[in-house]
Design a protein around this ligand. Structure first.
Ligand code: C5P
Length: 236
């Protein structure tokens, strides 16, 4: 793996509410970070222009809008995201096979050909929350079930906690992209994340990319924090 690809494995979550803040962070991180996650908060505030700006600046973008709608609408959303030049985007696996196939097809037919990642069970949901919406299966079983539906429908990968990574690799093999949030370098504040793993552990468990937010964005020296994570996973 060359250095450019190596740097790509850390995706910094731009969990800020405005473009000035986002620009300041990207400029501060400089060459240390080449991949950014734009989620609902920032996208809803700033719109697609910020995504275009990142792509024009040579950065890769993971557009985390978790599409979940009828197949025709999701296909249209995926085409729009693709036209922005994003590299990764998310859909909810619970939208079902037809929706997932429509998303994968729309991405494959676009020029940018982003990878469609499926989100399985939100990590904010525990057993009682699943039971409430009529899902009696244990969380882990439901994660596996939805992962299987998504991969069979042609999605290129999954978003999953690093603790689920090894199990998903064991069950579904090496041939899909696995993006894992909930990363905390040794000694970092855990914040509201209940289950966390270190960057090196996540990569060893089979993660293709790590999503890292506050351990970098809230650090006193974000660039040093990013460099430390890049160094920790270099060569794994
Ligand atoms: O600041 P922190 O490193 O916890 O940020 C993690 C990022 O990953 C946030 O943008 C969060 O919304 C996202 N995420 C997560 N857990 C998931 C899916 C996404 O923490 N299961």
């Amino acid at each position: 793996m060359n250095m450019a690809n190596q740097t790509d494995r850390v995706i910094v979550a731009l969990d800020v509410s405005g473009e000035a803040e986002a620009r300041a962070l990207v400029s501060r991180l400089g060459e240390s970070v080449s991949f950014y996650k734009v989620g609902k908060e920032l996208f809803t505030a700033c719109g697609p222009e910020l995504v275009r700006e990142l792509v024009r600046g040579g950065k890769k973008v993971f557009l985390d809008l978790k599409f979940h709608d009828i197949p025709n609408t999701v296909a249209g959303a995926v085409r729009s995201a693709s036209s922005l030049g994003v590299s990764l985007l998310t859909v909810h696996a619970s939208g079902g096979s037809n929706m997932l196939m429509a998303a994968a097809e729309a991405a494959a037919q676009s020029e940018a050909r982003p990878t469609v990642l499926a989100v399985t069970v939100l990590t904010s949901m525990a057993q009682p929350d699943l039971a409430e919406i009529g899902v009696e299966a244990p969380v882990a079983q439901q994660v596996e079930r939805l992962a299987g539906v998504a991969l069979r429908a042609g999605c290129g990968g999954l978003v999953a906690s690093a603790q689920e990574a090894a199990g998903l690799r064991a069950k579904f093999g090496a041939n899909f992209i696995l993006v894992t949030p909930g990363i905390r370098p040794q000694g970092a504040a855990v914040g509201d994340q209940a289950r966390v793993v270190t960057p090196a552990e996540a990569i060893r468990s089979g993660a293709s990319y790590l999503v890292v937010g506050r351990p970098i964005t809230a650090a006193a020296d974000p660039r040093a924090a990013a460099d430390a994570i890049q160094a920790e996973i270099a060569g794994i």
